[in-house]
Design a protein around this ligand. Structure first.
Ligand SMILES: [Zn+2]
Ligand SMILES: [Zn+2]
Ligand SMILES: [Zn+2]
Length: 266
């Protein structure tokens, strides 16, 4: 095994806020836009490190559709950012991967997220045998610091999502910071040197648990990545109009966006 950096491919499976875009019952310009970048599933990325590991970040309610769209037929590990519905409700789809891979899937989350996931998916954890379709088989691991998955080093970044402590994840030169509106000193230190940054930007109007576009731009300016991508967008932000007013090196991410990045391997 080589120590250093190898290339990985990041696919954005979803870049929308919790409702998705278009929203049910909304006829606004973005929800009715014909621009494919304005159609956003719930937020998730897939990290493919060739010959090493394929990592899914969050199991959204759209996971089945996301896997079919992007031809995802194997998941070696799942990282959870937090326990909110838009990030976990697709956990049951893991059954299909258990069947294909004939194995349980290692899943990583912090204690706060596990508390929520265990209550939401009581039937996965209560140990009661069930007839019929079965339950997803997962190996639950607590994230308390950096982990090495398939030789790839993953560094959890503590983030504040309103009053909820959640996790972003850094893979070498790349960091994924969804669902946040504040970084503390520990987080700033851990994102130093990130070259490709993904960060939450819900809309322009202030929100109690998500960065606005302007707030996200302040974070980007302080970190100074080569390229930054905004995610978790609501229907307030049309792709064409928003990109036209963003500074160079910053764009809205969109479903299906693929990035080649360098990740750390041990
Ligand atoms: Zn969310
Ligand atoms: Zn709308
Ligand atoms: Zn959330």
């Amino acid at each position: 095994m080589t120590t250093g950096r190898v290339q990985a491919r990041i696919t954005f499976l979803g870049t929308g806020t919790s409702t998705g875009v278009p929203m049910i019952g909304c006829a606004c310009a973005v929800c009715t836009s014909s621009d494919p970048r304005d159609q956003r599933l719930r937020p998730s990325i897939f990290v493919d490190v060739p010959d090493r590991i394929r990592i899914l970040v969050d199991t959204t309610p759209d996971l089945r559709q996301q896997a079919l769209t992007h031809g995802i037929t194997r998941i070696d590990a799942i990282l959870f950012t937090h326990g909110h519905a838009d990030h976990v409700l697709g956990l049951d789809e893991v059954r299909r991967f258990n069947h294909l891979q004939r194995a349980a899937i290692p899943c990583y989350a912090d204690r706060t997220a596990w508390d929520t996931i265990r209550r939401t998916f009581y039937y996965v954890f209560d140990g009661i045998p069930r007839l019929g379709g079965g339950v997803p088989r997962i190996d639950a691991h607590d994230v308390t610091g950096p982990v090495v998955l398939g030789g790839v080093r993953v560094v959890p970044i503590p983030l504040w999502h309103g009053e909820l402590p959640i996790l972003g994840y850094r893979f070498g030169s790349f960091a994924y910071l969804t669902d946040c509106n504040r970084l503390d000193d520990a987080a700033w230190a851990l994102v130093d040197g990130v070259e490709t940054l993904v960060i939450d930007a819900l809309r322009d109007k202030p929100h109690t648990t998500h960065f606005t576009v302007a707030e996200a731009l302040e974070v980007i300016a302080r970190i100074g990545p080569r390229q930054a991508w905004l995610t978790h967008m609501a229907h307030d932000l049309g792709a064409a109009a928003t990109n036209a007013r963003l500074p160079a090196g910053v764009e809205l991410a969109y479903d299906g966006l693929v990035l080649d990045v360098a990740v750390d391997v041990d």
